[in-house]
Each structure stands twice: as C-alpha cells, then as structure tokens.
Design a protein around this ligand. Structure first.
Ligand code: PLP
Length: 451
C-alpha cells in the first residue's frame, strides 16, 4: 500500500493553494478540485501526474463552466437542416423577435382591454392566413403535435396506418410507439410497398377513430409502390365519419419545385384536399424555431386548445415570437429574401462558386473548389439536393485531422470528409460569415501540426 502511486496525488489543500484566489465561489472551487482528484485516482495513467497539471485541469474546468454550453458554429456541412446543428437557421426578423421576447411581453395579456389574453392568439391568425386553415395551434414540436392529436381524438380507439408509413423518424421516434403512448390502437393497412384506398376502407370498424397518413420523410420509396392520395383518403374518412389526419413532417408552405427540388406536398395542398388536421414542424422547411403546428378544422382545434395537454406541451414565449416573425415573412411573400433556408437554396451557382474559391484561396496551394450537392436534410425531401460548389482542402497530415482542427477553431467550422479531402459547402453558410471562414482557413493552414 505504501508505494501505491495514487498516494502521490496532491492533497485538496495543496491544489487550492496552487490555484490561489479564484473568482468562483469557494465551494465550487473545492468541489471541482475533489472531482479532478477523484478522476485522477480512478485513472491508472495518472501515476505521477504533476500537481501543476491537476491544478491546470481544475482551472480549465472552472473556466469551461463559465462559458455558454450552446455555442455558435458555422454549418458548412452541406446539409441545410442539420438536426445535430439545430435544424433551420433563423431569420434576422425571428432572432430579433425572440431576443425582444426575453423581457416582459403581452404573452397572455390583452393590451386592448387590460385583461387576460391567450398565448395561442400570437400564431393563430397568421397560421390561418398562411395555410388557409380554419384554425391552428402551435405546441412544443411535431412529435408533441402528433401525440396531442392522437390522445385527443383517438385514445382507446383504432387508427389506420399504411404498412409503408409505420416509420421511425429518427432519434428513436417511431410512429407505432407514439400511437401506443397516446392510448390509440394501431391497425396496419396494406403492404410495405403498396396500399390502396380500398385497404383502408376494408379495415374500418365501429372502433376506428381515424386514418393517419405519415410523410415518409427520411427515406425514399421507389419502384413498385402505391399510396392513395390525400384526397382519396379524405373521401374515405368522410364517407365513414372518421378523421383524416396527416403528419406532413416538414410542413412546407412554398413550392419546392421553384427551388429546383422535387415537389414537397404543401400544407395548403393537404388542407385543400380535405384533411381534417395536418401536423408539421416549425424548424424544418418552415425555417422557424422548434415548434409543432396543428392546422385544420376549427371545431377540432378548439377542442385541442382546451385539452389538458395543450398546457403541458405549450410553446415558450421566445418560440412564439420567432414563429410569429417567421410566418410574417411568408404572409408578405418575403421568405426567399428573409428566411435563410430559402435564401440559401436559391443562391446562384455562380455566387456559391465564387465563395468556395475565396475560401479555398485562403489555404494557398492546399485548396481548390469543386462542384457538389447540398442536401436539404432534417428529414425533408429524402435524397434531394441542389447543385453547389465546395471548397476542398487537402493536407499531408490527413483530412480527418483537418476536420478536427476546423472543429476546434474559435468559431467551430463543421465540414465533411469525402475522398480523403475536407470539404466546406458555402451554400449552407450565411455570406456574412465568409470572412470569418476565410480567416479560420488561413489560421488552420498557417500552423500545421509538427510532423
Ligand atoms: C421530423 C418529423 C417528425 C418529428 O418532428 P419534430 O418537430 O422533430 O418533433 C414527425 N413526423 C415526421 C414525418 C417528421 O419528418
């Protein structure tokens, strides 16, 4: 025991002495010292770790605690709606509105009468005007929207879902699981590749509450496939006096074909084909903050507004402000200029090529520009992309190391490794970040690692 190397670790007091006067509360410093010592005791490799190294670890951990955990990064990955990077980048208008909402606001206060107001009013009218819905409500996210609708209208009863649509959306979010949690019973209809309106019709019993259509947003079903149109399903539902619900996933308000992509069914189209309620995300192709939107029949939405889950799943004031601002951009036809998703998708190939070359030049010989494809991502438009140009970097010390160095820059720059090169796609980056990217490129190539 006497020569156990762990006994050589310094005492708490020794480390406290080395750290000197710290701006943090004393208890926090002591706890952090204990934490670091406990870790050193655990780690076999800590034999003979110098006390000064341990003090340094304590210091950087304390400094880390003072930094925001959520940091700005530059998404040059070439995936526009990167779920891991926070999905849709927000418009300036939305960011300003969200910042302003941090102070006191008329969130649930009627400025006209001085009486109580409703938080739902801030998005209701805009949602109606932009989608053509009779009424609408916003909740925490689309998963919450689907859950609330199923809980509210289908609990204890059956819901028909095509076998081709009983999908996992990502992060373990599976339609069959959500249905079960809501208390509804899933009834599979048709086959994985082909389902007809008559399959739904044959499955309807007195126990059936609804037909649920789910947008298969993260994979492509191609080949020998059939799914009935929303209009056909709405017709079946109406004839049998059950609901037709459509989980649109991304919930687009504009024609994606105008941006060189496949046509994504819009919210307006879904509602016009007779869907009772549509559910969609706020932070995918809508380009707003995290939210789940439910739009459709006024009597159903009114019921949802009174549902106990409306309180549990309600949207926060900042998200309400951001959603309000985002929908305003659509109302005034300014989405192409104001909402980053549409601005980025519609940037000309020439402007993207120019930016890629500019970034590449910052690395000297090590960089060039090559054509590529920007993907929409975020579970929208599977397999769909638009042409772009990427800055391509090569280094004798390897592309993976380049990726690490860009990720560790003062503003982390996220790219991707492809064919042993490191790529940065300007299409998914705001032009206002161009100089910063070029500066970071230069910095990375000016200080190569010691080989
Ligand atoms: C993304 C997605 C969801 C989940 O939406 P969140 O807003 O992330 O909760 C549900 N259904 C479909 C079809 C989706 O694409």
């Amino acid at each position: 025991m006497a020569d156990d190397p762990r006994r050589k670790l310094p005492s708490v007091d020794t480390l406290l002495g080395m750290l000197g006067d710290r701006p943090e509360p004393h208890a926090l410093v002591v706890n952090t010292v204990r934490e670091v010592l406990a870790e050193a005791r655990q780690a076999a490799s800590s034999e003979g770790t110098a006390a000064s190294d341990l003090a340094g670890t304590v210091q950087s951990r304390l400094e880390g605690l003072a930094r925001p955990s959520l940091r700005r990064v530059i998404n040059a990955s070439g995936v526009l709606l990167q779920t891991n990077l926070g999905r849709a980048p927000l418009s300036d208008r939305a960011i300003a509105a969200m910042a302003a909402a941090g102070a006191a606001s008329n969130l649930e206060y009627d400025l006209e009468s001085g009486g109580r107001g409703s938080r739902h009013e801030h998005v209701r009218d805009l949602l109606r005007r932009t989608t053509g819905a009779e009424d609408g409500i916003a909740v925490n996210n689309n998963a919450a929207a689907i859950f609330m609708v199923l809980q509210g209208f289908c609990s204890g009863r059956e819901v028909l879902v095509s076998r081709g649509q009983a999908v996992e959306i990502g992060g373990g979010f599976r339609i069959p699981d959500v249905l079960r949690q809501s208390g509804a019973r899933l009834v599979d209809v048709g086959t994985t590749n082909r389902t007809y309106a008559r399959d739904y019709e044959a499955a309807i019993t007195p126990e059936t509450a609804a037909i649920l259509r789910v947008h298969t947003s993260n994979f492509e079903v191609t080949g020998f496939t059939t799914e009935p149109s929303p209009a056909e399903l709405a017709e079946v539902a109406r004839r049998h006096n059950i609901l037709f619900l459509d989980d649109l996933g991304s919930g687009c308000l504009v024609d994606t074909a105008a941006y060189g992509l496949a046509h994504e069914p819009t919210v307006q189209e879904a509602l016009a084909s007779g869907t009772d309620l549509v559910m969609f995300s706020g932070d995918k192709l809508l380009g707003g903050p995290q939210a789940g939107l439910i739009a459709g029949r006024a009597d159903l939405v009114a019921e949802l507004r009174r549902h106990p889950l409306a309180r549990a799943l309600r949207l926060d004031k900042a998200a309400i402000a951001g959603l309000n601002a985002t929908l305003q951009s659509y109302l005034f036809g300014r989405e192409r200029d104001e909402i980053p998703v549409w601005r980025m998708l519609s940037a000309s190939r020439e402007s993207v090529r120019r930016r890629a070359r500019h970034w590449a030049r910052a690395a000297g010989e090590a960089g060039d520009a090559i054509p590529g494809t920007t993907m929409v991502g975020g579970g929208s438009l599977p397999g769909q992309g638009v042409p772009t140009h990427c800055a391509r970097f090569r280094a004798p010390w390897g592309a993976a190391d380049l990726a690490t160095r860009f990720r560790h820059a003062d503003t982390p720059v996220i790219g991707r490794v492809e064919d042993e090169a490191f790529l940065l796609d300007p299409r998914t980056v705001s032009p206002s970040d161009d100089r910063e990217v070029a500066r970071i490129v230069t910095a990375v190539f000016q200080s190569p690692p010691h080989l």
